[in-house]
Design a binder for this molecule. Sequence first.
Ligand code: SAM
Length: 240
Amino acid sequence: PRLHVAHDLFAGANLPLDRAQANYLLNVLRRQPDDPVLLFNGRHGEWRASLVPSGRKSAHLTVVDQARTQTVAPDLHYLFAPLKSARLDYLAQKAVEMGAGTIRPVLTRYTQGERLNTDRLHANMIEAAEQCGILAVPTLMEAARLPAALADLAPERLLVFCDEDAPIADPVAALRAAADPSVPVPLAVLIGPEGGFAPEERAAILARPNAVALSLGPRILRADTAMVAALALVQAVLGD
Ligand code: SAM
């Protein structure tokens, strides 16, 4: 298993496990003392650790050696309009699995999500990072209204605006027309709420100089479906 820890990681470090983590390793995964556990903290790469039980539901980890050196998060921003909480968990996890390096909730006129629980969002991102094997935990930016979120994007960052009202065209050709795939370009992918963008919001997005409206086909996708499709497509065509 892979565990994200807050502690510094170095050979010989002894890391306490809370009861839930100890129980998970000892009794759910039934790890034996010499089964390596992989640890990462987002700063020091990934380390192998050995499990040292001290009771039926208590144990600590002793860090042994480094398995992988630290990597940087992909320079891909994912901007999304919050959804209802259960789907938000899904969205946070899939954005991490699909390679977003920065995730930002964007508040729009038709955003339906209740008050954002950022701790819950971040916990889902950590869980996804543990599961999908990445070392750099993506950054969760504070929520912003659409104009501020657009203004915060560096001008050179290409904004891929997933627009169900865009002419249905070949998305690969549209992306290739917007950026030269042979030159790494900082990217942002923007997906709207279940109720879509308001007309003035669409106008503001399309007015941004470095933006491309991307159709994901003739069907109206749920926002979380569109996110997976868009992140997969954008990285396949323009990813570094
Ligand atoms: N306007 C939609 C409707 O009529 O139901 C509501 C928005 S849709 C459920 C949620 C978001 O997913 C949209 O704002 C857009 O960003 C993205 N999306 C959905 N289908 C898409 C498509 N075919 N092409 C591009 N983006 C799409």
